[in-house]
Design a protein around this ligand. Structure first.
Ligand SMILES: Nc1ncnc2c1ncn2[C@@H]1O[C@H](COP(=O)(O)OP(=O)(O)OP(=O)(O)O)[C@@H](O)[C@H]1O
Ligand SMILES: Nc1ncnc2c1ncn2[C@@H]1O[C@H](COP(=O)(O)OP(=O)(O)OP(=O)(O)O)[C@@H](O)[C@H]1O
Ligand SMILES: [Mg+2]
Ligand SMILES: [Mg+2]
Lengths: 155, 193, 155, 193
């Protein structure tokens, strides 16, 4: 059990650093509270955003914490691949730059597995292959589909 | 095994009639106003994959039968009576909002692509169907043939489809992961390994 | 104590209905779990969005819950007026229409008391009197101020 | 009593040098990228108004002294050494990021308009200043004159400025209010009455 956890932790840590780098061009890593006894301590999420010093996630801003958590989630997903992924407004408190880079990340990753993303942001909709518009008439949901043309530029 | 089609009938805000969504293999982005029904799509997918927690499915009144479309007839009747008292105009507007009766069940079918035969069934498509009646009874079907909850659970496990390992991230979950304590973070990773 | 609470509850309930109506053109109201013994029961937040039936807040969508909670907060603030108010990304999960109407609501209310709003949304920035752009250089925050011209149209 | 100016020095990400923001009476919207320092403005205002909880002020390491600007020198030194090993280019870039030493204190001054004399002080402006040293010692000033924590608390109470009754809504609070239980909602209203 300890060996399996150790190996998975190392893989997740690598993926986490790679994903965070792709998303923000910064550096991120996981630190074990207790290296000897992995199961007795916690795990710290550390990151340094481009041009800024490194902080533990509890001292980051709301959006910085989210981006770091998203990078960790995406890294953990790699360890346990699925044929489809579903994200519901995961970009809620990201600024324009971070949501743009997440949209490109999803576009890239969607060549390996199906991704369904719920989002209110134009950046995410513009970057998609297919967009689904949901609306409500007298309490009943309806859905229209629109294939996004390749040349769509987000406004 | 990507999701090709989702068919809902009587499930949450999708109303009493059948509604179909066809998904693509690549990137599908769902958007729309607050309260339009976006998260209910995620709930429908989880329901078909065997999710049983009313909290996770955000079922009204904290009971699974709260997933069945509820036109809130008694509220509408009450309002219509009030509008009626204000004269004919109310009648016209209210009539266009004539919600049907509450269905006695909700049903969700999930059609999964199996061209790569990763799922141990010899067909290009695999259809998972789950129906919940207002008496709380669930029925499960695999490619149209009646099945059981545990058989479906085993089937999902073997075909790598059961929603675990964080492949479905509900609304607000990323912010919650960001605020986990160091111990909770370790536990999250342990659960996936 | 019971009388004071009862009176404040009635005022908040009125304000809540009025604010919700202004924000969404729908109807909202508070229900006491136990009308006789106010202090032993809870309070339910009920609302019906335009064209939709009424639901208790726990059965609403994420954004609907937020809008309803914002209306309640704004109503409670009326009971206990302050010379200034500060809101930090209160519009985070609101769609375009709801953030637009919240932006107009703040504009209107800012004639009675100072309002400082932190927001990532263009709708909110475009509707302001003065905008402050915060940015970070090598870990240090800097701030620039811009008086919004009256004719600024949000893109 | 609206806020006319906020002056910070050595407070969180505002760095060791003094920084001033002048606010208007009407609607002021603060915007900027993630991590730029927007919420730190709210924290500075709450700090000057006497807020003492490291959690509410989001102070690093859960201690009030975590509010003092921290250039994270040891992290920068470590990185610079690593960059230095990669040749001269690293040196140039690193030099432009030469954070000053960590200040020994942080200070916030809040200038409040008092033309309407609602605050019981005979001056057009009232300035509240709070300084926190790295030994944990706080000093409070009212219009430049040394005061005490309890005198400032009383003063704020009398002038209707103490942050209570929900006039400051921190990041994420609206979503938390939406998810309160019915009992917690009643308690929220009771607290304000
Ligand atoms: N004592 C300190 N010294 C230096 N920087 C600090 C200190 N405490 C916090 N910070 C940093 O301040 C930065 C800005 O935080 P803040 O929460 O104000 O950002 P924000 O603009 O609100 O971002 P978001 O849009 O993500 O909410 C963070 O990157 C955080 O690491
Ligand atoms: N059993 C039901 N019958 C009818 N409507 C329901 C039922 N259960 C929930 N609803 C309604 O479904 C609506 C849509 O909810 P959903 O959470 O999918 O919205 P959303 O598009 O995700 O919105 P947001 O952007 O705010 O997250 C809500 O208004 C809710 O009241
Ligand atoms: Mg939703
Ligand atoms: Mg913030």
């Amino acid at each position: 059990k300890r060996k399996v956890f150790g190996a998975a932790f190392a893989t997740i840590n690598n993926e986490f650093a790679g994903t965070f780098k792709t998303l923000t061009d910064g550096q991120a890593w996981l630190e074990l509270e207790n290296k000897e006894e992995m199961f007795t301590g916690g795990i710290y999420m550390m990151a340094s955003f481009r041009g800024k010093p490194a902080w533990e996630s509890s001292s980051m801003s709301g959006g910085e914490k989210s981006v770091t958590a998203v990078a960790l989630i995406l890294a953990i997903q790699k360890v346990n691949p699925h044929p489809f992924y579903l994200f519901d407004e995961i970009d809620q408190n990201l600024d324009q730059a971070n949501s743009q880079s997440l949209a490109s990340f999803f576009k890239e990753r969607s060549s390996q597995a199906q991704i369904i993303v719920v989002s209110l942001k134009d950046t995410m909709v513009a970057g998609s292959g297919v967009a689904y518009g949901v609306y409500n008439v007298a309490g009943i949901s309806r859905i229209v589909r629109a294939k996004m043309e390749v040349q769509v530029k987000s406004g | 095994g990507y999701i090709r089609r989702l068919e809902v009938k009587g499930f949450k805000s999708f109303g009493p009639r059948a509604l179909t969504i066809t998904f693509e293999q690549g990137l599908n982005v769902v958007t729309g106003p607050n309260g339009s029904g976006k998260s209910n799509i995620a709930d429908a997918i989880l329901f078909a994959l065997g999710e049983n927690s009313p909290r996770v499915l955000r079922a009204a009144q904290g009971r699974l039968t709260g997933l069945i479309y509820d036109p809130k007839r008694e509220a509408v009747e009450a309002r219509r009576a009030a509008e009626g008292a204000e004269g004919e105009a109310g009648e016209g507007a209210a009539r266009s909002f004539s919600p049907e009766d509450r269905p006695t069940s909700c049903k969700v079918s999930l059609q999964i692509d199996n061209a790569d035969r990763k799922i141990p069934v010899d067909s290009d498509l695999v259809t998972l169907t789950r129906e919940l009646k207002n008496n709380g009874e669930n029925s499960y079907y695999l490619n149209g043939k009646k099945s059981t909850k545990s058989m479906i659970a085993d089937f999902l496990e073997v075909s790598g489809l059961s929603p675990s390992g964080l492949n479905v991230i509900p609304q607000g979950a990323a912010t919650r992961v960001a605020d986990l304590t160091p111990d909770e973070k370790r536990k999250m990773i342990e659960d996936v390994v």
